[in-house]
Design a protein around this ligand. Sequence first.
Ligand code: 4NP
Length: 162
Amino acid sequence: MSSDRAPFSVLFVCLGNICRSPAAEIIFTHMARERGIAERIAIDSAGTIGYHQGAPPDARMTAALTKKGYDVFGASRQIVADDLTRFDWIVTMDQQNFRNVCELDTHQKHVGKVRPFVGFCREHEVKDVPDPYYGGTRGFDFVIELLEDGCAAMLDELEKRV
Ligand code: 4NP
């Protein structure tokens, strides 16, 4: 993925980059393809920790996404400070991720780029995309429901810009 040539670029960020942010990347990519604008948006995801570096999406998230017809891809990576320069939007899954990404922006040069994902949601009023890692299957399905809501709204906004 290169964020350097596309007219717009989006990086989704969670903690481990094996559940929420790869699912956001997969759903957003799927929806952007359906709208015919995927080539015009560079899309990636990352985690604030590097613990799962190189790992594919979590098996439970993979099962939940596959059940809904999404093709699953991705390998976990940790966010680096340069991502703040390279991407137009850095979209965080929860308030802790938001704070951690803002901490990488040591000179506050990219403040407006860091956007909480839930701020895009239209059908759900929640504070965070909840971390499903230590919960049951329903948590993964709920994360997908939130992601579908917010990704559709993001694309409605981007369709006018790319
Ligand atoms: P994610 O979920 O941030 O949505 O990828 C998690 C993945 C791994 C861990 C926690 C949350 N972990 O503690 O390893």
